[in-house]
Design a protein around this ligand. Structure first.
Ligand SMILES: C[S@@+](CC[C@H](N)C(=O)[O-])C[C@H]1O[C@@H](n2cnc3c(N)ncnc32)[C@H](O)[C@@H]1O
Length: 292
């Protein structure tokens, strides 16, 4: 089978198993964007309130053990990126600085693009240090300068005295005349205020480490166009895949947990595509037990 046909086999499919095995078998350069949300090195077992889903993040050998797990997987991800593709790695304060060093070694320091700060407010507050209320998403280009990047806009301009012309376009009156601002708002920066999923959020599935769709929407819109291939090899409840499907991107998913894969497949069955219909049911993987 040709390398292209081999990668096409995995489009619209979630594989249950160790992502290293899956990635090693995929042909190089088959992805336009990879989002990786691995365990964060928290040392905890994240469990759903009713004990349903459980995500292990315990590393008996400490940080070295964790980095030994992550390094070959990040190396494979780099191999899978097209020259115009980008990798987004989602972590928090526990290990992000160490993983940044690994990524610099693998990609080259010059191929680093962004340290996106996802800031949120939910959860408890420490009285012994500043509340830790952000995650960090590291973005690398396979080849800096050649990366696909769609500028995104949102929010409001921080400008007093904003006026709007008769077409609703924002402007400020200056001595030199009208200074027009972009009607869609300012270009997004690398600090993103997006609410954490609350216990009553409609998109909440109960998966303990589920990320908000709004976060993935930004990443996917910025790094790809419709028809591009988005991969998530730590897909958990399938947030990336659901958003990719909704935005008309092709996708490849993987997770080692059976309950995560079942949940992600169930979520995907409910997605409405850009054409307005329901997406087609993801095909079962030969040789795997069906879910639920
Ligand atoms: C932080 S969660 C991902 C959450 C996901 N972004 C979401 O929105 O639901 C990390 C996931 O990595 C999976 N995982 C851990 N080790 C893995 C491996 N070797 N291969 C594939 N998946 C793995 C876990 O089962 C878990 O679902």
């Amino acid at each position: 089978m040709s390398p292209k046909a081999r990668s096409l086999q995995y489009h619209g499919r979630i594989t249950r198993g160790d992502n290293l095995d899956l990635m090693t078998g995929l042909p190089g350069g088959c992805c336009d964007l990879i989002y990786a949300d691995p365990p964060f090195f928290t040392g905890k077992r994240h469990t759903q309130a009713d004990g349903g889903h459980c995500v292990g993040d315990h590393w008996p050998g400490g940080l070295d053990n964790y980095l030994d797990f992550l390094r070959p997987r990040l190396e494979q991800m780099r191999r899978l990126l097209k020259p115009s593709a980008t990798l987004y790695v989602h972590l928090d304060w526990h290990a992000v600085h160490y993983v940044k060093v690994v990524l610099d070694e693998l990609f080259g320091y010059d191929h680093f693009l962004n340290e996106v700060i996802w800031s949120y407010r939910t959860g408890g507050r420490s009285t012994r240090w500043f509340a830790r209320k952000h995650d960090t998403i590291l973005a690398y280009a396979r080849k800096a300068g050649s990366q696909k990047f769609n500028l995104l806009r949102g929010g409001t301009f921080r400008t007093d005295g904003m006026n709007y012309d008769d077409q609703g376009r924002p402007y400020k009156q200056t001595r030199a005349g009208r200074l027009h601002f972009h009607p869609d708002g300012p270009a997004l920066t690398d600090v993103w205020e997006i609410p954490f999923l609350s216990t009553v959020a409609r998109e909440r599935t109960g998966y303990p480490t589920q990320k908000p769709e709004a976060l993935l929407e930004r990443i996917i819109r910025a790094g790809t166009d419709p028809g591009s291939v988005v991969a998530d090899f730590f897909c958990g409840s399938g947030t990336t895949l659901v958003v990719a499907e909704r935005l008309g991107r092709r996708w490849i998913g993987c997770d080692i947990s059976r309950s995560a894969v079942c949940l992600a497949r169930a979520r995907l069955r409910k997605v409405k595509t850009p054409a307005g219909g329901r997406s087609k049911k993801p095909s079962p993987i030969p040789g795997k037990r069906p879910c639920g």
